[in-house]
Design a protein around this ligand. Structure first.
Ligand SMILES: NC(=O)c1ccc[n+]([C@@H]2O[C@H](COP(=O)([O-])OP(=O)(O)OC[C@H]3O[C@@H](n4cnc5c(N)ncnc54)[C@H](O)[C@@H]3O)[C@@H](O)[C@H]2O)c1
Length: 405
């Protein structure tokens, strides 16, 4: 039986960890306590899990009182590092949500703390558990395309999903490190996992021309916006019971609005990103992220010495094609299209089982630690530097000796 504490009791902390931990793993896991700077939101945990979970007003006090085996970190991204390091130093293992952290300095500090304390950090890349991506990984491992030479990766967020990042804390670089860290960490980890290599050098461009303070008719938040009747991005935070309960009713504690204007003055992240990556063993990748697409989709093409794999999720599908050197379609790949319950296409429950029940075999290398965490945000950190300084950036510049280990 292992004891866990959670820091950060927002949507992810409550629905992806607190509730399943208590309901699905009573034989091997105990949720001993929760902490959030917003104590009101933390107090909701007991309501959602249906039993009393102690709420702490201080993180260290929670550790001292509960002495957990592991701490689950699900705060906003920029706060992960401080809690990861504090928990490691206290003698706990850590399970942290992606992104591991948001900048080079805290990334190095986490790597150092893990090494110094001897405790372990899991970075939860749930995409590695999506059945569709698992199938791609299996095909690549079976050698269908041979050695990977190049990757073309495009991620499209539609104006429902994409806009939501611009309503929340994510829209400010100081909180999320930008979409290059917060969102693209998933995509860069998938690419690193598929290519089975580590990124070396990055060159990036990004713009913000769709969201952000480019529209005259803008406000601070939707709730009292004078343009609510005409704005296509208006969101009624009071109409959705869950939104109201988790965020609107907790505003008095920390002043955080979940319905901020997507054209707000505070927004300083890109909504269109284009970058190139060179991998250590020679593969190259072109990647783009669009946060204002008419439709939602992932498209990936992987070119190898023996052929080419094309995959996409256009219009809710899971389409896979593999071509050989003669241009023939060699593999009709059936992908299970059933919607698997439990969050993010079934990936969350699969990942949780691996984390909380322990795993002995990991043939697809789905579990990730700080190295994978660093390599994934490493592309985003390098891209942020590249855009700021208008140059190509090597990950070694900020990962230092760790890169060569
Ligand atoms: N893997 C996935 O698919 C996935 C999906 C959603 C979110 N996430 C990650 O989970 C984390 C939480 O995201 P969310 O959607 O739940 O956001 P959220 O805004 O709903 O919750 C974040 C919580 O962190 C708390 N918080 C902020 N600063 C804090 C601090 N200094 N100390 C303690 N608590 C603090 C907030 O009060 C809030 O309750 C993020 O890191 C995000 O990237 C991952």
């Amino acid at each position: 039986m292992k004891t866990y504490c959670i820091v950060g009791t927002g949507g992810r902390g409550i629905h992806s960890y607190a509730v399943p931990l208590v309901k699905d793993f009573p034989d091997c896991a105990v949720l001993a306590g929760v902490y959030d700077i917003n104590w009101k939101r933390a107090a909701l945990v007991s309501e959602y899990v249906g039993k009393n979970i102690p709420v702490f007003r201080d993180f260290d006090e929670m550790l001292r009182t509960c002495k957990p085996d592991a701490v689950i970190v699900t705060t906003k991204d920029s706060e992960h590092a401080a809690y990861i390091i504090r928990a490691l130093e206290f003698g706990c293992d850590v399970i942290t949500e992606k992104p591991m952290t948001t900048d080079a300095e805290t990334c190095a500090a986490i790597l150092e703390a893990e090494k110094r304390t001897g405790h372990n950090v899991i970075v939860t890349f749930n995409c590695r558990f999506f059945p569709f991506y698992v199938r791609i990984k299996e095909l690549l491992m079976s050698g269908v395309v041979g050695d990977i030479l190049s990757v073309h990766f495009e991620w499209l967020l539609d104006t429902r999903h994409g806009a939501d990042y611009f309503r929340r804390w994510h829209a400010e670089r100081k909180n999320s490190g930008s979409l290059l860290i917060h969102k693209a960490t998933h995509h860069f980890d998938l690419a690193n996992w598929f290519v089975d290599d580590e990124p070396r050098k990055v060159n990036a461009f990004g713009t913000q021309r769709f969201y952000g303070p480019h529209r005259e008719q803008r406000s601070v938040r939707c709730l009292d916006c004078p343009y609510k009747k005409t704005c296509e991005f208006y969101m009624d935070i009071e109409a959705d019971a869950e939104m109201k309960r988790m965020y609107r009713d907790c505003e008095d504690v920390d002043g955080y609005f979940r319905d901020q204007c997507v054209f707000g003055d505070r927004i300083d992240i890109e909504d269109s990103i284009s970058l190139n990556v060179r991998y250590a063993h020679g593969a190259v990748m072109s990647y783009s992220l669009t946060a204002h697409s008419p439709y939602e989709c992932m498209k990936i093409v992987i070119n190898g010495t023996l052929g080419r794999l094309e995959a996409d999720t256009a219009f809710g599908g899971t389409n896979l094609r593999v071509y050989n050197r003669k241009g023939e379609r060699v593999d009709y790949v059936k992908v299970d299209k059933r919607e698997i319950p439990g969050g993010h296409g079934g990936s969350d429950p699969a990942m949780r089982s691996n984390i909380f029940r322990g795993f002995t075999e990991d043939p697809l290398n789905q579990m990730a630690g700080t190295r994978a965490g660093a390599m994934s945000i490493g592309i985003g950190i390098a891209a942020n530097i590249s855009m700021k300084e208008d140059r190509a950036v090597c990950l070694k510049e900020f990962l230092g000796d760790f890169y060569d280990m």
